[in-house]
Ligand binder design. Structure first.
Ligand code: NAD
Ligand code: DAU
Length: 332
């Protein structure tokens, strides 16, 4: 039984991990989260107060972080500014949280000898051509495109340096695009679902040809727990569930499930520097640590996700108008 500190645990994937840990292990969890626009305490509703504590604060606050590391056995680091479109608008918070915040945590891990797991993204590898037979592996060179992905790449490199130079007990995972309940409506799938639920048309960037490799957030959480338990210190593991889809395919599925014509979407201004395709080869994680995804049927997972947004408007409605104003100002 361990005491886990989870940074960014009020966000989409972090909150999924907290529910997963409390439901499947005997560990206790403390969440450290700044509650930016992306954090939502309701994503943590229903947790056992005997095993769960919430602390509001910034991962770049060295004094706060030092005290928390002293009281925990392991840290799982999800906190980040996570949205590419925001990073194109105002990169600064991405540097503060993703770089300085991660640095602050690593210094505490170094001082206290704390086991540290760093959550990262496949976007650090840049993008692939649509017809490239190769997928990303742990050996693919870093080549990030956006302010978001370059700060995540920077944070990964800090972790690697702190392992090698200071002996920090860290592992890294780089995961593909997550979907599931509790994802902020700024992101692609929730934005399109909630548009259709509100009687608005989905908005596809460019021609909708870009490909993302979708994984259910529950599968991501199970993979992270596997690496925390069995991962080799200093190693990186890629997490993916063979879920490649064009954005257009995803939008058409959402429209069809909600009883609309499959072509009832708008093509809008493309994202600057828009990565074409991501694709993960997760052989290392599967063969060396024995993880496998449980959600192999994307359509079924998407249908469950659509149902969740239909039934939980109170969770997402407060963010919807502001998000749409942001996009409208950019012609998106
Ligand atoms: P999110 O934006 O939904 O949540 C981020 C959380 O971090 C929020 O609760 C926010 O309040 C908190 N936070 C932000 N800055 C903070 C700070 N300075 N101090 C403390 N807390 C802070 O993000 P997400 O989609 O859940 O992503 C979580 C992590 O997973 C990120 O590191 C992201 O890079 C990574 N990741 C995401 C995906 C994806 O598809 N969403 C895929 C792979 C990796
Ligand atoms: O690959 C992992 C990454 O996935 C994570 O590191 C990021 O935190 C996460 O946000 C996600 O990044 P993307 O940029 O791929 O996700 P997003 O949901 O913003 O967009 C998914 C795709 O859909 C992308 O090709 C852009 C496109 N898109 C997005 C929006 C919001 C649209 O076509 N229309 C939209 O309205």
């Amino acid at each position: 039984m361990s005491r886990l500190l989870v940074t960014g645990g009020a966000g989409f994937i972090g909150s999924n991990f907290v529910h997963h840990v409390l439901g499947n292990t005997g560990h206790s969890v403390t969440v450290l989260d700044k509650l930016t626009y992306a954090g939502n305490l309701h994503s943590l509703d229903g947790l056992d107060p005997a095993r769960f504590t919430f602390v509001q604060g910034d991962i770049a606050d060295a004094e706060l972080v030092d005290g928390l590391f002293a009281d925990h056995d392991a840290v799982v680091h999800y906190a980040a500014e996570s949205h590419n479109d925001n990073s194109l608008n105002d990169p600064r918070p991405f540097l503060d949280t993703n770089i300085i915040g991660t640095y602050t945590l690593l210094e505490a891990a170094r001082k206290h000898g704390t086991r540290f797991h760093h959550i990262s993204t496949d976007e650090v590898y840049g993008d692939l051509e649509l017809d490239d037979p190769e997928r990303f592996t742990e050996n693919t060179p870093y080549n990030p495109s956006s302010p978001y992905s370059s700060t995540k790449a920077g944070s990964d490199l800090l972790v690697r340096a702190w392992v090698r130079s200071f002996g920090v007990q860290a592992t890294i995972t780089n995961c593909s695009n997550n979907y599931g309940p509790y994802q902020h409506v700024e992101k692609f799938i929730p934005r399109q679902i909630t548009n259709v639920l509100r009687g608005e048309r989905p908005k596809l960037y460019g021609k909708g040809e870009n490909v993302r490799d979708w994984i259910h957030a529950d599968d991501h959480s199970a993979a992270v727990l596997t690496v925390l338990d069995k991962g080799v210190i200093g190693e990186t593991y890629l997490i993916g569930a063979d879920g490649e889809k064009t954005n257009k395919d995803v939008v058409e599925e959402i429209l069809e499930y909600l009883g609309q014509p499959r072509d009832a979407y708008d093509l809008v201004t493309d994202r600057a520097g828009h990565d074409l395709r991501y694709a993960i080869d997760s052989t290392k994680l599967r063969t060396e640590l024995g993880w496998a995804p449980r959600f192999s049927d994307f359509s079924a997972g998407l249908a469950n996700t659509i149902d969740w947004y239909r039934e939980n408007e109170a969770w997402w409605a407060p963010s919807k108008a502001g998000v749409e104003e942001f996009y409208a100002a950019k012609g998106q």
